[in-house]
Design a protein around this ligand. Structure first.
Ligand code: NAD
Length: 355
């Protein structure tokens, strides 16, 4: 194939500010079509980016035989159902997180993927931040060499903040009503808790996913304790055991002017730590710090990815395109994301039961 022809479903904020510009700027792919349920918005986005085809919905785009693969960012419940239809129509799919709002929905998505023979990648951009890639390499190396002893603890702290970092990409908006989303709610989550669950899921699915990756935990995750504040359903701490390592996730929400999130992997004789940039800040990777108590000088050192500056979201789209062209496996495949859906459900189910 000369260039991978991608169709994009859903022309809202993430599409316009992040994914469409990234697809347009990458070698090896082209944006062949978009689909948007709101016709005025679809036309504005088509005209701005000179996209050859505009479809009124994802089913029409899925029928286009000229399109090799599809990407979707839509309502957090709708996008999983859209991914099922795209896979079933024979497209490889890139979809925004969360993969699903229930384990049952996630299982239907995985079933559709399996029976279609196509592949689904979940857009966990933190796994494509070159600072985090360096952390993963360092943790793997220290674990293999035993230089810092065993991993004893891992801590993720995420109090959020302004994730847009003054992003000034042009984003078209219209007064068209927002399309209704399907009702796929977990039966264990009564209506008063849904808003809190979705808020927690939307953010901390990233943090659980990142911790599991750093620790090579796969689906070996147990929820040991949940202490969230009933006042907002978010602030507090969760204790997990991931790949046999005790971990905490500290969650909260501050109107912070930047982005407050770090992850620290503690060995017996040192640590590796990563501090996240505001998410939409381009070409600023996570900062990485290493402390080694086995060295004579007891200092921490900062290190920078050898590849230089890059943007996690662009790297994840590049990865999707390259994996489809080469046949290599995704770094954030759907089957792996099932562990996040299960873990987030287990956390919030326990919180609801405690009330
Ligand atoms: N990875 C990240 O950092 C990150 C950040 C923000 C949001 N997200 C995720 O991105 C997703 C989208 O967020 P957003 O803010 O762009 O949403 P949005 O509401 O701005 O845009 C979604 C668009 O999809 C369209 N749409 C819905 N169903 C459609 C269909 N069947 N066919 C065609 N178009 C359809 C809607 O009309 C809307 O314009 C959310 O699920 C969210 O979880 C991820």
């Amino acid at each position: 194939m000369d260039k991978l022809r991608i169709g994009y479903v859903g022309c809202g904020f993430m599409a316009q500010a992040v994914h469409i510009p990234n697809i347009l700027s990458l070698e090896g792919c082209e944006l062949a079509a978009i689909a948007e349920l709101r016709p005025k918005l679809g036309k504005l986005v088509q005209d701005r980016h000179r996209i050859p085809k505009l479809y009124p919905g994802h089913r029409e785009l899925a029928e286009d035989k000229d399109i090799h693969a599809a990407a979707v960012s839509a309502h957090f419940i709708a996008q999983g159902e859209i991914a099922i239809d795209l896979l079933t129509a024979g497209k490889d799919v890139f979809m925004e997180k969360p993969m699903a709002v229930t384990v049952e929905q996630a299982q239907r998505i995985l079933d559709a993927e399996r029976s279609s023979g196509k592949r689904l990648m979940i857009a966990y951009m933190k796994r494509y931040d070159s600072g985090n890639v360096l952390v993963k390499e360092l943790v793997d190396r220290f674990r293999a060499s035993g230089q810092l002893g065993d991993v004893r603890f891992a801590r993720n702290h995420g109090f959020c903040g302004d994730w847009t970092a003054g992003m000034d990409a042009p984003v078209e908006r219209t007064d068209e009503p927002y399309p209704p989303a399907p009702e796929v709610w977990p039966d264990w989550c009564p209506p008063p808790f849904r808003r809190g669950y979705i808020g927690y899921l939307q953010q901390y699915t990233h943090n659980v996913n990142l911790l599991r990756w750093f620790l090579d935990a796969g689906d070996d995750v147990k929820v040991k304790a949940v202490e969230l504040d009933p006042a907002d359903g978010t602030s507090g701490v969760v204790v997990l055991e991931a790949g046999g390592v005790r971990c905490t996730i500290e969650s909260g929400s501050l109107p912070y002017h930047s982005w407050e999130e770090h992850t620290q992997i503690y060995f017996q004789k040192g640590w590796v730590r990563t501090e996240a940039p505001p998410l939409l800040l381009k070409n600023v990777p996570a900062t990485v710090e290493v402390y080694r108590a086995d060295k004579k000088e007891k200092v921490t050192s900062s290190t920078f990815p050898a590849g230089g500056r890059s943007w996690s979201y662009k790297e994840e789209m590049r990865h999707f395109v390259e994996c489809l062209r080469s046949g290599e496996p995704f770094r954030s495949p759907s089957a792996d994301a099932m562990a996040d859906v299960r873990t987030l459900e287990a956390i919030y189910r326990r919180f609801v039961e405690q009330q």
